[in-house]
Ligand binder design. Structure first.
Ligand SMILES: Cc1cc2nc3c(=O)[nH]c(=O)nc-3n(C[C@H](O)[C@H](O)[C@H](O)COP(=O)(O)OP(=O)(O)OC[C@H]3O[C@@H](n4cnc5c(N)ncnc54)[C@H](O)[C@@H]3O)c2cc1C
Length: 383
């Protein structure tokens, strides 16, 4: 990917806007809500995210007819500048980057009209209801059921690891709508309002001590019959399209923040004296090289539709970030092993990055995809 002169002008525009906007009431939000810190200052980040929306900085990657139309290069630039400015983590990511593009591809015109504008304006937040206690990597094992009752689907079952369900207004739910069906057949992709009596959200405490994800129980929850994306029973195809987004371009923003993490660690290494330790210097230089490689691979492959490349990228960035958390513990030495009243940013990064090789498809699953599709090896036997 090459950036043109016009792209660089766009970069200057983004930079100027962010610098001018992260002032006043938003100044103290810089750096808030990063990985492992999603609990931080949600209401203020929501206000900031609506401010971004009002200025036209949301849904950049959607097609122009839905209010987007930015080239991939400009999306990269936006996310790089966003990270450079230390702007707060956005609260709209699931709706904007996962559901929005899925709806644009598979939704009806009525669904576009009803659901896309509030996603873009950040007035409705979404969560993703895929995983269940018996259906994580093996997603086709989904057991949550939905049946039609008059004009409504009635949903019963349990989801788990549902990020941000406690603040979401809506959930896209993969549910079995054809009784007796198995595996990927007979599933539907339903859009379900979260604020109703049939839904209970129970937080799960994570390694970091906070609760970014939840269990979600559906006990006769209802949604309109029309709120099915694609044909009833054909939800697997739609669900897989969302997964492809999760493993691909949606990670742009996250990766852009890695440079900032590395810069902060280099600064810490200078302050602690670790920067003069030959072994740590070697590791820091390797981290820098590794990030250059991740960025080069991302720029080279983003926007493509090869699932193998998305799997390679997922493994590269998640392993790199996890290793950075480990390196931070080495740079900061023994004191980093003890939490004071609360975890510090490095401890939080170290602990949270354990999750990055699990969500969005674990490393093992990504390597299975690479082995099967890129190397032509036979599919693994289910144990
Ligand atoms: C921070 C975080 C946020 C998440 N957010 C969401 C969310 O918002 N919505 C949602 O629906 N889900 C979410 N998830 C769930 C995530 O998608 C699952 O955790 C993931 O798919 C793995 O499923 P599992 O946890 O059931 O593990 P399992 O599938 O039980 O896997 C356990 C272990 O076995 C390995 N394994 C499994 N199958 C194979 C195989 N065939 N070959 C080799 N190894 C295998 C796995 O790699 C893993 O190491 C989130 C997870 C995390 C950690």
């Amino acid at each position: 990917m090459r950036f043109t002169l016009q792209d660089e002008e766009f970069r200057a525009e983004v930079r100027t806007w962010l610098d001018a906007s992260l002032t006043g009431e938003f100044a103290s939000l810089r750096g808030a809500g990063g990985p492992g810190r999603e609990h931080e200052r949600h209401e203020e980040r929501l206000a900031w995210n609506r401010h971004l929306a009002a200025a036209g900085w949301t849904a950049l990657g959607w097609p122009a007819e839905f209010g987007g139309g930015a080239s991939l290069a400009r999306q990269v630039i936006f996310h790089e500048e966003y990270a450079r400015a230390d702007a707060p983590a956005r609260v709209c990511v699931v709706g904007e980057e996962l559901l929005g593009p899925t709806l644009i591809a598979f939704g009806s015109p009525e669904q576009h009209r009803r659901f896309l504008p509030p996603i873009k304006a950040v007035t409705e937040l979404w969560c993703q209801g895929y995983s269940e206690p018996g259906a994580g990597s093996d997603l086709a094992n989904v057991a949550t059921k939905a049946t039609l009752d008059g004009d409504d689907w009635v949903i019963t079952g349990q989801k788990i690891w549902t990020s941000l369900a406690h603040v979401a207004d809506w959930c896209f739910v993969l549910a079995r709508t054809e009784p007796g069906s198995t595996r990927s057949k007979g599933l539907s992709y339903l859009l379900v309002p979260m604020h109703q009596p049939g839904i209970t959200v129970r937080p799960i405490r994570q390694l970091t001590g906070t609760s970014e994800f939840n269990e979600v129980f559906f006990d006769g929850a209802r949604t309109a019959a029309a709120h099915v994306v694609g044909q009833p029973g054909d939800g697997w195809k739609v669900a897989k399209a969302t997964l492809a987004l999760e493993r691909g371009a949606a990670m742009l923003g996250l990766q852009a923040g890695f440079r900032r993490d590395l810069d902060h660690l280099l600064e810490a290494a200078r302050q602690t004296g670790a920067a003069t330790d030959p072994l740590l210097r070697d590791q820091l230089a390797r981290a820098w090289i590794g990030l250059e490689a991740v960025r080069a691979y991302a720029l080279d492959t983003l926007g493509g539709d090869d699932p193998t490349q998305a799997s390679v990228l997922k493994i590269l960035w998640s392993r790199w970030h996890q290793r950075l958390g480990e390196l931070a513990m080495e740079v900061l030495g023994a004191p980093s092993m003890v939490a004071q009243n609360d975890l510090d940013d490095w401890q939080r990064l170290f602990l949270f990055t354990r999750a990055e090789t699990i969500y969005g498809g674990s490393d093992e699953i990504q390597r299975n995809i690479i082995a099967t599709r890129a190397l032509g090896l036979p599919r693994p036997q289910n144990p």
